[in-house]
Design a protein around this ligand. Sequence first.
Ligand SMILES: [Zn+2]
Length: 429
Amino acid sequence: MKKRKTFITAVCIVLVVLMLLSIIVMAVAPLAYASSSSEIQDEIDDLNSQKYAIQGRMNDIQAQIDSLDYQKANTLEKKLILDQKNELARQEIQVIDEQIAIIDNQIATIQKDLAEARQEETLQRERWLERVRAMEESSDIGYIQVLFEATSYSDLLTRLDLVNEILVYDEELEQEYIAARERVESLEAEAEAKFAENEVRRQEQQECRDRLQADIDAACMLMATMDTNIAENEEIMAQEAETLAQTQALIVKKNKELQEAKAAEEAERQRKLAEQQAAMQQAAGAGPVQGTAATGTWMMWPTYTHVINSYYGMRTDPVSGVIYRLHAGVDINSAWGTQIWSAAAGTVILAGWNGGYGNCVMVNHGNGYTTLYGHMSSIAVSNGQSVAMGQVLGYVGSTGNSTGPHLHFEVRSSSTGGTINPLGFSYLT
Ligand SMILES: [Zn+2]
C-alpha cells in the first residue's frame, strides 16, 4: 500500500515537472531561436531545390498535357473523316430510299394494272360464259348439237358461221388475257428484282454506317477520356503552380531575412574588431601594432571559413603537376565572392594582377611582415591605400594558377624576404 502511494506521488511530480518544462520551453524558444545567415542560406538552398523539383514535375506534366492535346487533335481529325464518310453513307442511303420509293410506286402501278387485267379477264370470261349459256339455252347441247339440228343447208351454214364466230371470239379473249397477264407478271418480276437489289444495297450501306458509327463512338469515348486526363493533369499543374508560388514567396522572404542576418553579423564583426583594436592599442601604448609582431597576436584570420585545402610546405602543384614545389601559403576553402579581410592594419603595396597569384593584394604591416592574398575574383582596394584590420581587400575567386575558388594567404618576412607558415601565428578571430 505504501509502495503504491509512493509511485503515484512520483508520477505526479514527473507530470508537474513536464508541464513546467513545456511552459519554460515555450517561453524561451522564441528568444533562443535566432537563425544565422548560414542556417538561412541552407533553408534557401533547400527551398531552391524544392522549387527546381516542382518545376521539373511541372515540365513533365506539361509534356503529358501537350502529348494528350496532340493525340486528341489526331483523334478529332480521324473522327471528322469518319463523320464525312458517315454523311456520305447517309446520303447514299437517302438516294437508295428514294429509288426504293420509286420502285415501290412502280410495283403499285403494276399491281394495279394486274388487278385491272384480272378484272377484265373476269369480265370477259363472264361475257363468254354468258354467250355459251345463251347458246346452250337455245339448243341445250352445245356447238355440235347446234350444227346437227340444222334444218337445211343454208341453215347449217348460218349455224356454222355462228359457231365459228363464237370460237374465234373466245380464242381472242383468251389470248388477250394471257398477254396482259404475262406483261404484268414480267413487269412485276422486274420491279421485284430491282426492289431486292436496292434492299441489298441499302443493307450494305446501313452496315457501313453502323461500322462508322461504332468508330465514331469509339473516337468520342477516347476524346472524352483524353479530356478527363487533360483536366486531371491541369488540376495537378494548378496545384504545383500554387506550391511553386508559395515556395518562391518563401524564398523571397528568406532572402530578405538572409540580408538582415548578414548585415547583423557584419555589424557584430565590426563591433568586435573595433573592440579588439582598441584593446590592442591600449596594450601597445598609443601606436598601432608595431613592435608586437614578434611576440603578441597581431593578425586576424582573413576570411569567414577556417577550412584549409592545402597547407604551407612542399607539395605537388595541383595545376602543373610539378612535384616538391614550395607551397608558400595556405589555401583557405571559401565560396566564390566571399569577403577577404586585411589580417592587420597596413599599407597596400600591390593591388592587381600578379602572375600565378591572379588578382592579388599585398599589405605591408610596417612591423617587418607583409601579407599576400591571391586568386581574388575582384579587388576592393588600390595601391598605396592605408587599410585597417578587417577591412575588405577583395573577394574570393579562382584567377591565376588556381583550380577552384579559394583564398591563397601568405605571410612574408621583410627581413628575409621569404615566406613563413601562416599557421605558425595565432589569430584574433
Ligand atoms: Zn595556394
